[in-house]
Design a protein around this ligand. Structure first.
Ligand code: 13P
Ligand code: SF4
Length: 357
């Protein structure tokens, strides 16, 4: 597991501000740094008082990402980190399903998420009842769910997976057919990579599932959930950038459409994309994912040239601010709770994934 240690831990507001200027001064204005330095200092003080740890997802805005998290990473890395920390309080600077996964793995710890509204279009695309309906319609077919789902959906599943291990999990399962939920595009990418066929039941206006003809012929049964960020990238974007920068290396998150992934040079989880850029030497990179991540990479690696296609931010991730992180520690809010029966069932699916990968 590789998670980078971050956090500025200076002994005064002035020292914090100086360090922030040195690290972030090239792309965050001096006035923003001056405004935020006191908050960063206070968060780091409060973190010590509360004996807490802060985990930050790779999509956090630069002024947060580079200043208060003890560890940053992708959703799986951060959940693992949460499971292994000795600290009792974890502030999860990411969206709710990520904090919930940490709680599934670490039930005795206090897991806080700085906003109650930090959802995810994928997690919201499917309910536990939807999964029960699918299992009723396709009895005995194993269910794999992407980590971007809520605990009750994971609890109805046999295996969990992440963007980094989806293909590995699907190929591990000894079954001719698999139900893969809820990301239409991730499922399409796994199918393309592993030579499998895929079909999608549709939801009718009254909420019942409509199953296409010939369904039994297909290897994967998917779901029409999508990430509202990654669905916005197109093959046209890639072509336009390649025309202007012929030697650009294009990296896409597997939540992008299969057409976009096929037109790219590399597809992987957020942390793997960061590692790829850090360890290779292309003249230009195009990163098809949440745009704060490109800003974070450039802050740490000013010599890298990242082409900007457009500024697409995840509205849920952007609810996690320094101000709300401070409030989270100050008021010990908002605590993640998962009913024990659901947690135990969901943990089985997450544990199976961890064993495989
Ligand atoms: P990663 O697990 O690759 O960080 O992805 C999480 C996510 O929400 C991507 O949109
Ligand atoms: Fe969900 Fe997409 Fe935001 Fe990731 S970027 S948290 S998948 S909405």
């Amino acid at each position: 597991m590789k998670v980078t240690i971050m956090a500025i831990n200076e002994n005064s507001i002035q020292a914090t501000q100086d360090k922030m200027k040195a690290m972030l001064g090239d792309f965050i204005s001096e006035s923003e740094i001056e405004q935020k330095a006191a908050l960063v200092y206070k968060i780091n003080q409060l973190k010590k008082e509360r004996k807490a740890i802060i985990l930050g997802h790779n999509y956090m805005e630069p002024v947060l990402y580079h200043t208060v998290p003890d560890y940053v990473g992708d959703s799986l890395e951060l959940s693992r980190k949460a499971a292994h920390t000795e600290k009792d309080v974890i502030v999860f600077c990411g969206v709710e399903f990520m904090a919930e996964t940490a709680k599934i793995l670490s039930p005795d710890k206090t897991i806080l998420v700085p906003s109650t509204k930090a959802g995810c279009s994928l997690a919201e695309s499917i309910t536990a009842e939807d999964v029960r309906q699918l299992k009723k319609r396709y009895p005995g077919i194993p269910v794999v769910t992407y980590v971007n789902t809520y605990a009750d959906v994971k609890a109805e599943s046999d295996y969990c997976c992440t963007s980094g291990n989806a293909k590995q999990v699907v190929e591990f399962i000894d079954s001719d057919r698999i139900i893969f939920l809820p990301d239409e595009y991730l499922a399409g990418n796994v199918a393309a990579e592993s030579g499998k066929t895929i079909i999608f039941p549709e939801k009718s206006a009254n909420g019942t599932l409509v199953h296409p003809e010939g369904l039994a012929e297909y290897d994967l049964i998917g779901w029409r959930g999508r990430c509202e960020v990654h669905e916005q990238f197109s093959v046209r974007d890639i072509k336009t950038v390649r025309k202007q920068y012929p030697d650009v290396v294009v990296l896409a998150h597997p939540e992008c459409s299969p057409e976009v992934v096929q037109a790219s040079d590399y597809a992987a989880s957020t942390s793997k994309m960061i590692d790829y850029i850090k360890t290779t030497d292309a003249p230009y990179y195009l990163l098809l994912t949440e745009s704060s991540m490109a800003e974070n990479i450039v802050a740490e690696n000013p010599e890298k040239n990242l082409v900007r296609v457009c500024d697409i931010k995840c509205p849920h991730m952007k609810l996690i601010t320094l101000e709300e992180t401070f409030n989270s520690l100050k008021y010990m809010r908002y605590e993640i709770e998962v009913p024990e029966d659901i947690r135990k069932k969901a943990k089985k699916a997450v544990d199976r994934m961890l064993e495989i990968s």
